[in-house]
Design a protein around this ligand. Structure first.
Ligand code: ADP
Ligand code: GLC
Length: 503
């Protein structure tokens, strides 16, 4: 059994702002059957703490058992910190969760990365340097009785951890590190002035260390120090070799050659299964698709959309430029003109929200919005929508198209990153071979998205073809099986004998 510490800034079920949380939350269970014992370590933000150390229930004096403290730091970047041990899903046999409780860094109202007004916390460098420092300590065996063979660091927030391991003083325990890029657009780039506070030796201030364009690059540091780099789809692994997608780090990626692997994300089959999902009005499967209509009717009511037999499009997304939401606002009239309706759930950019509201006001009963974050509603939308629109300009993997496939909500996607890898376009050959699972289009602009919507509406009205696309999607392999096996093999190749490393 290989023991891996997965270090990240979010994990589904505890704290989530996007797909990173889904992946970090699902991988430990998925990989357990492949000889990997994976523990997850994240910051103990207030919403995490309240789950691990719940206050006493009303009328009760005694609080339920709190998570035990397994390690303490007297001074972690300006204050005391402790490590709490629990399980990811709250059950006794679930995968291990380690939560870094450092009140001076994480005990605040707001999001994991931003304050209540959406502004990045000014001390994010300190918060995530601390997470990385503590993660490197734990991976290196600082917790008594808890040894690890390998560190798996996710995104820039964990990026310094491989560097802390690489630049550990002689005699320190150095486990190998894998660094995964979930999104190259977020790199954690800070002024050179923070370097002296990081506790790294001077030799780390180098082009092959943490230095990046005269400052400190957290993701860059992780990519330099890790034994192996992965990203979340084969196409994105190729895209980030180019300046269009590499965002300045394409040279580094190219220099690592074949070590940069693209491993596509899967979905958590317990959370996302239309046959068992407690959040939806009517459960269904590929064999009993007829039952799905009750979910469409429920969604129409919930969004106060006119009831009809035309296609109901959905969007579940961060409202950002990356996701092509500006182009979406431009095609609303076209979509409605074709007899379509749209239900959108999202949060993000205020200007985009304004434009979307204008579009919805032009089309009452046809375009309806929910601005905010609502996990259960996202399930009801995948279960009730006919097609999910994902016009991303870049998409390292994307999970909403996978949920769409699993729920018979046909994905209409831009041909980029993981979207290109996971959806089979309904061209004539693919339809003929019964292989089509969605609609792809190249180039995110009005013309191309409008044409993709026109194609989708036309497919929708060919009932047999549409049903075939739906079924093929539901039967495609969006599970973790293959990818978990690939991660396990990758870890194994860096852990020499596969035997436990002493703490
Ligand atoms: P990204 O991580 O870039 O946002 P992904 O498609 O990988 O994109 O993951 C997004 C995740 O966040 C999915 O689980 C999706 O269902 C969820 N999500 C996005 N926006 C919302 C929202 N407003 N309410 C509920 N879930 C959302
Ligand atoms: C990032 C990417 C998204 C990916 C997710 C999980 O948020 O934007 O494409 O699915 O990470 O890997």
């Amino acid at each position: 059994m290989i023991r891996v510490l997965s270090l990240a800034s979010e994990a589904a079920g505890l704290v989530k702002t996007g797909g990173l949380a889904d992946v970090v939350g699902a991988l430990p269970r998925a990989i357990a059957g492949h000889g990997v014992d994976m523990a997850v370590m994240i910051p103990a933000y207030p919403q995490v703490l309240s789950k691990l150390c719940p206050p006493p229930a009303k009328g009760k004096r005694k609080a339920p058992a709190s998570a035990p403290v397994v390690h303490e730091w007297a001074n972690l970047f300006g204050g005391p910190a402790r490590l709490l041990k629990a399980t990811l899903d709250g059950t006794t046999e679930g995968p291990t969760l380690l939560a870094l409780d450092a009140p001076h860094l994480f005990a605040r109202d707001g999001g994991p990365y931003t304050d209540g007004s959406g502004k990045d916390w000014a001390d994010n460098w300190r918060r995530f340097a601390a997470l990385s420092r503590a993660g490197a300590d734990v991976a290196g065996g600082v917790v008594e009785g808890m040894g690890f063979d390998l560190l798996h660091a996710h995104d820039w927030q964990a990026g310094l951890a491989p560097a802390y391991l690489k630049f550990a003083p002689p005699g320190g325990h150095r486990v190998p590190a894998v660094m995964t890029i979930h999104n190259m657009a977020f790199q954690g780039h800070y002024d050179a002035g923070i370097f002296s506070h990081l506790g790294l030796p001077m030799e780390a201030w180098a082009v092959n260390g943490v230095e990046y364009h005269g400052g400190v690059g957290f993701l860059k540091a992780g990519l330099e120090a890790a034994h192996c780099i992965t990203t979340v789809s084969p196409t994105y692994a190729l895209e980030i070799r180019t300046s269009q997608f590499g965002m300045g780090l394409e040279g580094l990626i190219q220099s690592r050659g074949n070590e940069v692997r693209g491993i596509v994300n899967g979905i958590d089959a317990e959370e996302w299964n239309p046959a068992t999902d407690p959040a939806i009005a009517a459960r269904f499967s590929a064999r009993a698709l007829g039952k799905r209509i009750a979910n469409k009717r429920a969604l129409e009511r919930e969004f106060m959309l006119e009831k009809d037999d035309g296609p109901l499009f959905i969007v579940v997304s961060r409202l950002t430029w990356q996701k092509g939401m500006d182009v979406l606002t431009e095609v609303l009239d076209h979509l409605v003109g074709l007899g379509g309706r749209l239900a959108l759930l999202g949060s993000g950019d205020a200007a985009l929200v304004g434009e979307l509201h204008k579009g919805a006001a032009r089309h009452p009963g046809r375009v309806s919005l929910r601005i905010g974050y609502d996990e259960a509603l996202s399930h009801r939308m995948q279960a009730g929508g006919d097609a999910i629109l994902i016009p991303s300009r870049f998409e390292p993997c994307g999970l909403t198209q996978l949920y769409g496939l699993a729920y018979g909500c046909v994905p209409v996607v831009a041909r980029t990153g993981g979207l290109a890898d996971t959806v089979v376009d309904a061209n004539l050959a693919a339809i003929h071979a019964a292989a089509a699972t969605g609609v792809q289009f190249a180039g995110v602009d009005y013309q191309n998205l409008a044409l993709a919507i026109t194609r989708t509406v036309s497919l929708y009205h060919q009932a047999d073809v549409w049903a075939q696309i739906r079924r093929a999607g539901m039967r495609s392999d969006f599970s973790w099986n293959q990818s978990a096996a690939t991660y396990a093999a990758l870890y194994r190749s860096y852990v020499t004998d596969g035997s436990p490393t002493p703490a």
